[in-house]
Design a protein around this ligand. Structure first.
Ligand SMILES: *Cc1c(COP(=O)(O)O)cnc(C)c1O
Length: 240
């Protein structure tokens, strides 16, 4: 009940933020971030109508996946940092990888996907705040360029946009500058019309700042706490 209510509230907020910025809320996907959540809570979100889910860790999702395999039509995205020894597993478990942050990982995912006859939509993660504890390529960097240029040689990957986790800001409004930067980078890359790259997706905005992210053009908000409540702190989140 609680989860369904929370989802309804978040959807209303998405609607309002879209209206405020002259956008159609149909162009903004709501992703439920289910890290640390047991299968029963994930199932509740599914029953409330959600179909798009984000998990941070390959191993954690591998352990849960059998218990949620019956949720037809659900799509699972990896949104956390991917280690190179997990690429094969990731390429078979997930429908999309939203956190590509090196050409090496992109190549490994591509070859794993080819071997299992799959094709995967991926996003490039950009570290807009330049924080050393966060993953993602730097906005202007040789690694970012290398990923873009490698695209034609990655036939099993569809590079379709950018993702970011900006520095935590107490006031949501203070995150706007980072969302603006990501949108500008997206526009610049899109204008270059590079082969095998589309830049339709901008995955940005979390529980405390998704409304601002929508005003800045987000096409996918990744929401955990506002749907499931507070979760125990993970090591990867103590960087705040
Ligand atoms: C945990 C996480 C989220 C969701 O964060 P909330 O603040 O709980 O909404 C979104 N994106 C990524 C990459 C995350 O790790």
């Amino acid at each position: 009940m609680e989860i369904a209510k929370n989802i309804a509230r978040v959807q209303e907020q998405i609607e309002a933020a879209a209206k405020k910025s002259g956008r159609n809320s149909k162009d903004i996907a709501l992703m439920a971030v289910t890290k640390t959540m047991p299968p029963e809570r994930i199932r509740e979100a599914y029953q409330a109508g959600l179909r798009l889910f984000g998990e941070n860790r390959v191993q954690e999702f591998a352990e849960k996946s059998d218990y949620i395999a019956d949720l037809h039509g659900a799509r699972w995205h990896l949104i956390g940092h991917l280690q190179s020894n997990k690429t094969t597993k990731a390429a078979t478990l997930f429908d999309a990888i939203d956190s590509i942050d090196s050409v090496r990982i992109a190549e490994r995912i591509d070859s794993a996907a080819q071997k299992s006859g799959r094709s995967l939509r991926v996003l490039i993660e950009v570290n807009v705040g330049g924080e050393s504890a966060k993953s993602g390529v730097a906005p202007v960097s040789s690694e970012f360029e290398r990923i873009l240029r490698a695209a034609p040689k990655l036939p099993a990957l569809e590079i379709c946009g950018l993702m970011t986790v900006p520095p935590f800001t107490a006031k949501p409004e203070d995150a706007r500058q980072y969302f603006t930067v990501l949108r500008r980078i997206r526009d610049e890359v899109a204008n270059r019309k590079l082969p095998n790259i589309s830049m339709d997706e901008l995955s940005m905005g979390m529980s405390h700042d998704f409304e601002v992210a929508i005003e800045e053009g987000s096409t996918c908000v990744r929401v955990g706490t506002a749907i499931f409540g507070a979760r125990p702190k993970m090591e990867s989140e103590t960087a705040h």
